[in-house]
Design a protein around this ligand. Structure first.
Ligand code: HEC
Length: 185
């Protein structure tokens, strides 16, 4: 009772109380789940270490800023799963699970979706599609706002392009959810 009265007369008590509540909320929603939820650190069955080429491809993905426009996460929202963009021929894209990202350091989850989500794009298109798309996305998708990346295809006889495609084809392929359309190497 005494304490309650004090908070009425002294803003510092009120401030400390608010801060305390905020801290408890923060710890309970960010730190405690990470410590108690063990499944987060268990990798999904089928996860493989990146090959040297895939690692180089991921570095290019990072360097070129693909993640400014693309996310890599199928959220629980119906809008994410049901879209033909993420799914394939009526098969809905499975929701992303933490175990699929265990080997991703740093992860490329992304925050903005100027372009479509790429979490399940592996195997959706073949190499020649990607080549044309990187040369100029508007050749395939009229009105696309994705910038052309011709240097990836041209530089070093297309070595960077090969590496990047190796990486892209791994995306979302830990789970074999779209078996009819495995890409051809
Ligand atoms: C300025 C934003 C922007 C940047 C940067 C960007 N993209 Fe895109 N991307 C888009 C948009 C918009 C689309 C949808 C239209 C299209 O397919 O061209 C797209 C489509 C794609 C698709 C086809 C996805 C699908 O499901 O059809 C792939 C693959 C892709 N981008 C890969 C990349 C890669 C790899 C990079 C980095 C080298 C990159 N993008 C950089 C905006 C961007």
């Amino acid at each position: 009772m005494n304490l309650l009265k004090k908070t009425d007369h002294n803003a510092m008590y009120l401030f400390a109380g608010v801060l305390g509540m905020f801290l408890i909320g923060g710890v309970m929603t960010t730190i405690v789940p990470a410590l108690t939820e063990k499944s987060w650190r268990q990798e999904t069955k089928g996860t493989r270490p990146y090959t040297a080429a895939q690692k180089r491809g991921k570095a290019i993905y990072k360097r070129e800023g693909c993640w400014y426009c693309h996310t890599q996460q199928v959220r629980t929202l119906e809008a994410d799963r049901a879209t033909t963009r993420s799914g394939w021929r009526g098969v809905k894209a499975p929701i992303s699970t933490p175990g699929e990202y265990v080997r991703d350091k740093p992860h490329m989850l992304g925050t903005r979706r100027i372009g479509p989500d790429l979490a399940r794009v592996g195997g959706k298109y073949d190499r020649s599609w990607h080549r044309t798309h990187f040369m100029n996305p508007r050749h395939l998708v009229p009105g696309s706002v994705m910038p052309p990346f011709p240097w990836l295809v041209k530089r070093d006889g297309g070595k960077e392009f090969e590496d990047l495609v190796e990486y892209i084809q791994t995306l979302g392929r830990t789970i074999n959810w779209r078996p009819d359309n495995d890409y051809e190497r």
